[in-house]
Design a protein around this ligand. Structure first.
Ligand code: GLN
Length: 490
């Protein structure tokens, strides 16, 4: 039999149902694997006792014939942006040192209600700002993959970010699945870099309550998992209508796994001209074309579409997201949670706390954000960016007249080496060139592992669907996954 940690969530659930192993055995296998893989620095805090207690409770439920469903007894990693009661919740920041919330985020509570087991809290870029998991106060997380050739052969690679700990843990088989959050690409890009599936749901589908805020009009929780089916199973448990989040949407929760029919005959797949950007490496273009061929061969109709404002998405994002972040992060003043560095008076205490508590990237965003919101520049930057955002959403709305999903690459490159792009924020921001437009429009999107780069590293293909079109998204992703037949492992 395969190692327990090699099983997908669906396979683990089936094995638990058949009594082939217990949730406790499965959990202990993960706890052992986590210990052996500590060099990846994927976990900020492991919670083995809680995991074992949750696993025992799951076994007791199954023994009594009361299984809570597909996730009952399945061990998961939780991004450190989610508040988890009594467990460290730091957003990867020094300023939240020692913060142990007295409450549980809605999404994680939903997962525990579905019987899932918490293995621990995973590393991330500080306040989810980044694309390489290098801005964490807890140090970088490594990608379990290594390049087999090329300039980066044998070097330590980044897992992508900001949900780098989540993606690394799932790829390294030290979690069966993980929660992530995506503001501009932070589930999909690390998913692609680590050779796993990353799904960002429609804005409003998962509650943001108890998720430490970065940019509230963009933040969305979602699953990282090894298969499309696993993503569907996790998503179904994570989604709920939550009156505690005013942007939560009250719609029925579909059986997402049932959407994986494998049948996309007649589905119209849009290929946006504006995503053919100068400087995109030929192997990314080639992978994209293979994706088009796979979907066409499966019976989809390929449609050329235009999303004219695509090139403005990234610049507009880097105004809107920092603006919201500067406001959201104003609460970290040393008075309520985490770090406090005392000064001579109150003002100096604020200043010292924030100076020591925030890292460089967070400070850069706070400064950009306060600048674009300041009286003299508000119209020129913030308001203009909001107008651009509306245009981007309009582009997609028009596109849905002629297509049902949109296919693009997930990232312009495979995972890069630790240390690369570190001193060049613009190069780092360009990682999200293909993922940010869907974020600006609030649309659901998914990255599916689709092939290997010439250096032997995973590459992803990206599908975008209309708002609340997760079922169509998953159906198309399932077909892409089967066609790609990606079985490589780190
Ligand atoms: N890399 C992007 C940023 O730094 C997106 C991050 C995210 O989605 N949380 O803002």
């Amino acid at each position: 039999m395969a190692a327990l940690t090699d099983l997908t969530i669906a396979q683990a659930g089936a094995g638990l149902d058949k009594g082939e192993f217990t949730a406790r055995e499965l959990t202990d296998a993960y706890l052992g694997a986590m210990e052996a893989a500590r060099g990846l620095n994927a976990y900020i805090e492991e919670t083995p006792e809680r995991a074992q207690a949750m696993a025992d409770a799951s076994d007791a439920r199954r023994a009594a014939g009361n299984s809570a469903g597909a996730l009952d007894g399945v061990p998961l990693a939780i991004k450190d942006l989610f508040c988890t009661e009594g467990a460290l919740s730091t957003a990867g920041s020094h300023i939240l040192d020692g913060f142990r919330p007295t409450y549980e985020s809605t999404v994680t509570q939903n997962l525990w209600d579905a019987g899932a087991v918490m293995l621990g809290k995973v590393n991330m870029d500080e306040f989810a700002m980044g694309s390489a998991n290098i801005t964490s106060h807890y140090g970088p997380t490594l990608n379990p993959w290594k390049a087999s050739s090329g300039d980066n052969a044998g070097k330590d690679l980044v897992p992508g970010g900001s949900s780098g700990g989540s993606a690394s843990a799932v790829a390294a088989r030290i979690a069966a699945g993980a929660t992530g959050t995506d503001t501009g690409g932070s589930i999909r890009q690390p998913g692609a870099f680590c050779g796993i599936v990353g799904l960002k749901p429609t804005y409003g589908r998962c509650s943001r309550w108890g998720v430490i805020a970065f940019a509230s009009s963009l933040d969305q929780a979602g699953p990282l998992a090894r298969t499309v089916e696993d993503s569907a199973l996790m998503l179904e448990a994570m989604v709920s209508y939550d009156p505690k989040d005013s942007t939560s949407v009250d719609l029925p929760v579909p059986n997402y796994a049932a959407a994986l029919t494998g049948d996309i005959r007649g589905l119209r797949v849009g290929v946006p001209a504006e995503y053919r950007m100068d400087g995109t490496p030929p192997e990314i273009e080639a992978l994209w074309q293979r994706g088009v061929d796979w979907l066409r061969d499966a019976g989809a109709e390929i449609v050329d579409i235009s999303l004219p404002h695509t090139k403005y998405a990234l610049p507009a994002y880097y105004i809107v997201a920092p603006a919201e972040a500067s406001s959201n992060l104003a609460r970290y003043d040393g008075m309520r949670y985490g770090l406090r560095v005392d000064g001579e008076d109150l003002t100096e205490t604020y200043e010292r706390t924030r100076a020591e508590g925030f890292g460089h990237e967070v400070k850069r965003r706070v400064m950009i954000g306060t600048y674009v919101l300041s009286a003299g520049y508000y119209d020129a930057y913030y308001l203009k960016a909001q107008r651009v955002r509306t245009r981007i959403a309009d582009d997609f709305r028009a596109a849905w007249d002629s297509c049902d999903v949109i296919l693009t690459p997930t990232t312009p490159s495979a995972a890069f080496a630790l240390g690369e792009k570190q001193d060049d924020p613009i190069a780092m921001y360009l990682n999200d060139i293909f993922t940010v437009p869907a974020s600006m429009a609030g649309l659901p999107a998914i990255s599916v592992p689709a092939g290997l780069s010439s250096d032997g590293l995973p590459l992803g293909l990206h599908l975008i669907a209309p708002a609340f079109g997760e079922e169509t998204l998953l159906r198309a992703a399932g077909v892409l996954e089967s066609a790609a037949g990606f079985t490589a492992q780190p």
